[in-house]
Ligand binder design. Sequence first.
Ligand code: IMP
Ligand code: MG
Length: 196
Amino acid sequence: MGVGAGGDWRADLASVLLTEKQIQDRVAALGTEIAAAYQGKNPLVIGVLKGSVVFLADLIRRIDIPLEIDLVCLSSYGQAANSSGQPLLLKDLAVPVAGRHLLVVEDIIDSGVTLSHLLALLQQRGPASIGVCALLSKPARRETDVPVDYTGFEIPDEFVVGYGLDYAEHYRSLPYVAVLKPEVYETPPTAATPSD
Ligand code: IMP
Ligand code: MG
């Protein structure tokens, strides 16, 4: 079976892991926490493309203080269900970050390789602080110790899609997070795609 076979994405999902309501409640709580921590700091909230866009859009509307946003795109190439090797910087920030309070927003921390690479890169530019907010974390998969200040949900070691997260670029627009049936990614797509 291929990705989205028969045009019915839902047939590719094993189960819903996080409902729309669970996600929205948690995002609201994270927003309140972040607003309190960054009051008066005019943070630059940095979304990591593409996986974080849905989360970023919801989260910033729950952070009730002045803030700015920017976007980076980091990607590793290879098997779409795996992430390995050194991430590539496909799109840099549009603004200088020296002296700024940065909050990196990620969809999911898996091995931690992508995030550690991004944090090292940002650190070189002399920000006042760097915080990290991830919707999801898979602690069982961690290879590098990365600091995550705000975590939406810790999840088991299963491949999930929806709410911005993809498999081979599909399923990002689902409003919930679901476990993908293993048979979907056991039939790999023909071309190598960014796992981001
Ligand atoms: P890391 O560098 O191994 O932490 O990988 C992080 C990136 O891998 C995320 O930003 C996602 O793009 C991708 N990723 C890891 N696990 C999943 C998953 O379960 N579903 C979808 N994408 C994932
Ligand atoms: Mg990502």
